[in-house]
Design a protein around this ligand. Structure first.
Ligand code: B12
Ligand code: SF4
Length: 458
C-alpha cells in the first residue's frame, strides 16, 4: 500500500520564497505533522512525504498511490484543494487533516473524500485500516491526544534540503490570546510529552539545528516550569549536541535556573510574542502574561540574552487601538527592548479564533471570498478592515516599521553588539539580513495584493 503525505505550497508566503532570497533557506521548516502521521503509520504502508515548499513534483510521473493525506494551514487551503482534486480525479482517495480542516470542516468536506479533525494520534491507524478496505468514512475526529501516544516522528523521511530539524515537546496553551488558533485547536490544557520520548526523538534528528515547535515551551504554572527544567536536564545529560530555537512567553526570563538549564540543553533563540507596545493593546488581544505589573521588558530580554539566547520579538499591527505612527513606535520599542530580530504581522482573523468572531460580527473581514482568499491569510497581508488605518495606511505603517528596524546602520549596530558579547553574531546577522531582504519582496507583494483586493477595504 502506497501513501503520499503532502504539505501544499503557498507562493505568497514570503518565507518560502527560497529562490528569491537565499537567506530564506534558513526559514524553511519541516512539516512535522506529516512526519508524526508517518510515525503512526504501520509498516505495510510505503510512505513518501512531499513538501511542496521545497519543490512541487510532477505527480503524474510518480507511482500511483493508494491513499493521499494532505495537511493544511488556512493559507495553504487553496493549493490543498487543487492537489485533492487532482488525485480524486485519478480515483485515489484523499484525506485532509490539520488546523484548516478542523476550523473549516464543511468547506473541506466538500473537497476531500475524508476529513480528520483534531489531533490524529488516536484515529489515524483506523483511517488507514478503513482505507485499506476501501471503506473510508467521510469524517473522523481525533480530539486531543494523550501525550504518551505521540509517536517518534519519522525524521528519516525528510532527511535533506532543510537547515533545521523539528520536534514537539508540548501541546496546548492556557492563555487563549484572541488572535491565536492554538487554544482553540490544541486546547487550554498544557500537555507535555514524556521526557525520554523527547530525548530519543532528538537523538533521531540528523540536523544540528532544530526548531522546537512548541507554542509555549515552558508553560505557565510552577509544575510546567519544573517539568521544563527536568527536560532540559535530561537533554543536557544526553549530550545531544543540538542547537535549538523555540517559542515562549516572556515569563521565560523570570527564572535564572530555567534559563541556565535551557542554554545548557542547547537553546540558542526564543521567539516571544510581545504583540503590542501598549497595555491597552495587550488587553485588547488578551495577552495576560505581558500585562504583569512592573515588568521591565528591556531587563527581561537582557536576562535571556545573558545566557547566549537570541530574542526574536513579535508584534501585531492593526489592533483597534493602532493609529498612524504605530509602525515607527513598534520599531522604537523593539529597539528599546533590545531585541535581536523583530517580526511584525498584520492582525489577521483566523477561522476558529475569538478574533474571527469579533471581526466577522463587525463585518470587517475585507477578503471574504472563500476559499480563494485564504491564500492571503498568511498574517503578512492586511485582510481585514482596521479601525483607524486604511489599506494604504496600514501597509505604510508596516513598511516604515521594517525599514526602521532593519536599516543597515541598525543591523550593523546589533551585529556589533552581538560580536562584542559573543552572542551568535553570525546567526543574528543572517536573520537580520533575511528580514531586510524580504522588505523589497513584501513591497511587490503588497502592490499585487492591492490590485487583487480592489476596493474591498473601503
Ligand atoms: C511550526 C509552525 C510553523 C512553521 C513550520 C510550518 C510547517 N511546515 O509545519 C513555520 C514557521 C514555517 C510556520 C509558518 C506559518 N504559520 Co505556523 N505554526 C507552527 C506551529 C507553532 C506548530 C506546527 C506543528 O508543527 N505542530 C506539530 C504537529 C505535530 O501538529 P499539527 O500540525 O497540528 O498536526 C497534528 C494534527 O493537526 C493532525 N494533522 C495535521 N495535518 C494532518 C493531515 C492529515 C491527513 C491528518 C489525518 C491529520 C493531520 O495530525 C497531527 C498530529 O496530531 C503552529 C501552532 C500549532 N500548535 O500547531 C503554528 C500555526 C500552525 N501557524 C500558523 C500560521 C498562521 C502560520 C503562517 C500562515 C503565518 C506566518 N507568517 O508565520 C505561516 C504559513 C506557512 C505556509 N507554508 O503557508 C497558525 C495557523 C492557523 C491557521 N488557521 O492556519 C498556527 C496554528 C499558529 C497560530 N498562532 O495560530 N508555522
Ligand atoms: S501565549 Fe502564544 S500560543 Fe498561547 S494563546 Fe497566546 S499567542 Fe497563542
Amino acid at each position: 500500500m502506497r501513501l503520499y503525505l503532502i504539505n501544499p505550497s503557498n507562493a505568497l508566503v514570503s518565507i518560502v520564497n527560497v529562490k528569491e532570497s537565499r537567506w530564506n533557506r534558513y526559514r524553511v521548516w519541516k512539516p512535522l505533522s506529516l512526519m508524526v502521521l508517518a510515525g503512526l503509520t504501520p509498516p505495510e504502508w510505503e510512505i513518501s512525504i512531499v513538501d511542496e515548499n521545497l519543490s512541487t513534483p510532477d505527480y503524474g510521473a510518480m507511482p500511483r498511490p493508494d491513499l493521499v493525506g494532505i495537511t493544511a494551514f488556512t493559507s495553504q487551503a487553496n493549493r490543498a484543494y487543487e492537489i485533492a482534486a487532482y488525485f480524486h480525479n485519478l480515483g485515489v482517495p484523499v484525506v485532509m487533516g490539520g488546523i484548516h480542516a478542523t476550523m473549516c470542516l464543511n468547506e473541506v468536506m466538500e473537497r476531500a473524500d475524508s476529513v480528520v479533525t483534531g489531533e490524529a494520534e488516536s484515529i489515524w491507524p483506523q483511517v488507514l485500516e478503513d482505507a485499506r478496505h476501501g471503506n473510508l468514512n467521510r469524517r473522523y475526529d481525533g480530539g486531543l491526544a494523550e501525550m504518551n501516544d505521540v509517536p517518534l516522528a519519522r525524521h528519516d523521511l525528510l532527511s535533506s534540503g532543510y537547515a533545521f530539524g523539528a520536534i514537539q515537546t508540548t501541546r496546548g496553551c492556557p492563555l487563549n490570546c484572541s488572535f491565536c488558533s492554538v487554544t482553540a485547536f490544541n486546547g487550554a490544557r498544557y500537555r507535555q510529552r514524556p521526557i525520554p520520548d523527547v530525548v530519543r526523538e532528538f537523538q533521531s534528528i540528523r540536523e544540528k539545528r532544530v526548531l522546537v515547535v512548541d507554542d509555549n515551551l515552558i508553560g505557565t504554572h510552577p509544575e510546567h516550569i519544573a517539568r521544563a527544567k527536568d527536560m532540559f536536564r535530561a537533554m543536557a545529560q544526553a549530550n545531544l549536541r543540538k542547537e535549538w530555537v523555540s517559542q515562549a512567553t516572556i515569563n521565560f526570563a523570570d527564572d535564572e535556573e530555567l534559563l541556565m538549564l535551557a542554554a545548557k540543553a542547547g537553546c540558542r533563540g526564543v521567539f516571544i510574542g510581545f504583540e503590542s507596545p501598549s497595555p491597552e493593546g495587550l488587553r485588547e488581544v488578551g495577552k495576560k502574561f505581558n500585562l504583569l505589573k512592573g515588568r521591565d521588558f528591556r531587563d527581561s530580554v537582557r536576562r535571556i540574552q545573558r545566557h547566549n539566547i537570541l530574542v526574536v520579538g513579535s508584534f501585531i499591527i492593526g489592533l483597534d487601538i493602532d493609529e498612524r505612527g504605530v509602525g515607527k513606535h513598534i520599531a522604537e520599542v523593539a529597539r528599546q527592548y533590545g531585541m535581536d530580530n523583530l517580526n511584525v504581522l498584520f492582525l489577521t482573523p483566523l477561522p476558529g479564533t475569538r478574533l474571527w468572531d469579533k471581526i466577522k460580527s463587525e463585518d470587517r473581514i475585507a477578503l471574504d471570498t472563500f476559499p480563494e482568499d485564504w491564500k492571503y491569510y498568511t498574517l503578512t497581508f492586511p485582510v481585514a478592515r482596521y479601525k483607524h488605518l486604511s489599506l494604504d495606511g496600514i501597509i505604510e505603517e508596516m513598511t516604515s516599521c521594517e525599514r526602521d528596524f532593519y536599516s543597515m546602520p541598525r543591523i550593523l549596530c546589533r551585529a556589533l553588539g552581538n560580536l562584542l558579547y559573543r552572542r551568535q553574531p553570525l546567526i543574528s546577522l543572517v536573520g537580520n539580513l533575511s528580514y531586510r531582504r524580504n522588505i523589497r519582496l513584501n513591497g511587490e507583494a503588497y502592490a499585487n495584493f492591492k490590485s487583487y483586493s480592489g476596493n474591498r477595504h473601503n
